[in-house]
Ligand binder design. Structure first.
Ligand code: GAF
Length: 393
């Protein structure tokens, strides 16, 4: 059972009180996300279609009247860890270091636009599984930025906040991510997924509760964690990114968003097999993402499901970011009654799959996965939730 937001807040408040001997004043939350379709398209200026999910990073705390920042977290598998460092000032800048989890927090503090950040005590708890492909890192960054908004009174426009968190991940976690995860954690909306144009940063809300064929069954997104951990800060993600940039350069376009299938085919001989396949995934995935959001608006769930599965095949065979466990989960779910489509979600190399399922069949699909999957999976049926908020200050 997933803890409710209230339970996470209560746990985080108790952790704070135990550590610092008094009660926190500021309470903020930032959700994780599942991306429904549009994978590895964000850093190519393409489209993505994520929704925020009710797994949260919660941060509570208050100013401590000193120039020191003290953190306590139970975010690392429930293990309590503490850390203290000087708040950034003109003469003392923050730099990345150890432990790694703290870099996501430090990066946001360092880049936050305020004349000065006062010393504070804070506790952090999360229910977003670490390395599970549901944006544990982005939710920690966005929770930190939201906490600093409450602490300093400097409320950032949501786009600036997402960009600040992305910059922190680039500079403090050495992960050249796109904008999707931070964006949806800031801007998620209840019952809706967000079509994000990662070039213009314009968004379109798509209400998911209306996503059912006329008179048809209710549908839901089932998320299944393979419990194989992904590690995107290794070389694979940056390698994919630079393959895409190389393809765009060969094609003479600013980014793969500006390419199309015929341009790609005409230039096939000027690319290595690998670069061609990566580009083929991205160009087709950008197209699939647009088609899929139209399909869901039109209630054409069969088409939506087909596009989800095509996305998986493309990520597996062309982009090479799946893994045997994700393929296994997709194969099992695709054979179940009531499943429209299924695919790996997020950066890949482990983490989760997402499937569009008739609500009435969701339990049977979970049961089939529990019986057939070679490892132990964790399944969730999520409704989309609101993005990050200050709960109290
Ligand atoms: C990771 C990145 F952080 C995102 O920006 C995105 O590129 C995703 O992988 C793949 O779609 O979550």
């Amino acid at each position: 059972m997933v803890q409710s937001l209230q339970e996470v807040v209560d746990e985080c408040r108790s952790l704070f009180t135990k550590q610092f001997g008094n009660d926190p004043v500021i309470v903020v939350k930032a959700p994780g996300r599942v991306n429904i379709i549009g994978e590895h398209t964000d850093y190519n200026d393409g489209f993505v279609f994520p929704m925020a999910i009710p797994l949260y990073t919660v941060m509570v705390g208050k100013p401590n009247g000193t120039s020191t920042i003290q953190l306590v977290t139970a975010a690392q598998m429930g293990e309590v860890q503490t850390l203290g460092f000087e708040a950034p000032s003109a003469s003392a800048r923050l730099t990345p270091g150890s432990p790694k989890w703290a870099n996501y927090v430090k990066g946001v503090i360092e880049h936050f636009p305020a004349d000065s950040i006062p010393g504070f005590d804070a506790a952090i708890v999360t229910t977003v599984p670490l390395g599970g492909g549901l944006s544990s890192s982005a939710s920690l960054e966005v929770a930190t930025a939201t906490f600093l908004e409450a602490l300093t009174g400097n409320n950032l426009p949501p786009t600036d906040k997402a960009l600040l968190c992305q910059k922190s991940e680039h500079t403090f976690a050495d992960m050249p991510c796109g904008i999707m995860d931070q964006f949806i954690s800031c801007m998620g909306k209840e019952d809706s997924a967000l079509l994000i144009d990662c070039r213009s940063l314009e968004t379109k809300l798509v209400n998911l509760s209306s996503a059912k064929p006329d008179g048809g069954d209710e549908v839901t997104f089932l998320v299944v964690n393979s419990n194989v951990k992904h590690q995107l800060t290794g070389s694979e993600y940056p390698q994919r990114r630079s393959d895409c940039f190389e393809a765009a350069k060969i094609l003479g376009v600013k980014s793969l968003r500006d390419a199309n299938m015929s341009l790609l085919r005409e230039n096939r001989d000027r690319m290595t097999d690998r670069v061609y396949q990566r580009a083929l995934h991205v160009v087709s995935e950008i197209e699939r993402c647009s088609k899929a959001t139209d399909a869901i608006v039109d209630g054409d769930l069969e088409l939506f499901g087909r596009l989800m599965y095509q996305s998986h095949v493309s990520l597996r065979d062309l982009y090479a970011v799946s893994c045997p466990e994700l393929d296994e989960l997709v194969d099992i779910s695709m054979k179940c009654k009531g499943v429209y489509g299924s695919r790996m979600t997020g950066g890949g190399f482990g983490g989760c799959i997402v499937a569009l399922v008739k609500s009435s069949e969701a339990d049977n699909v979970i049961e089939a996965i529990n019986q057939k999957y070679s490892k132990k999976a964790t399944s969730y049926v999520f409704k989309a939730v609101e993005g990050a908020t200050i709960i109290s200050k």
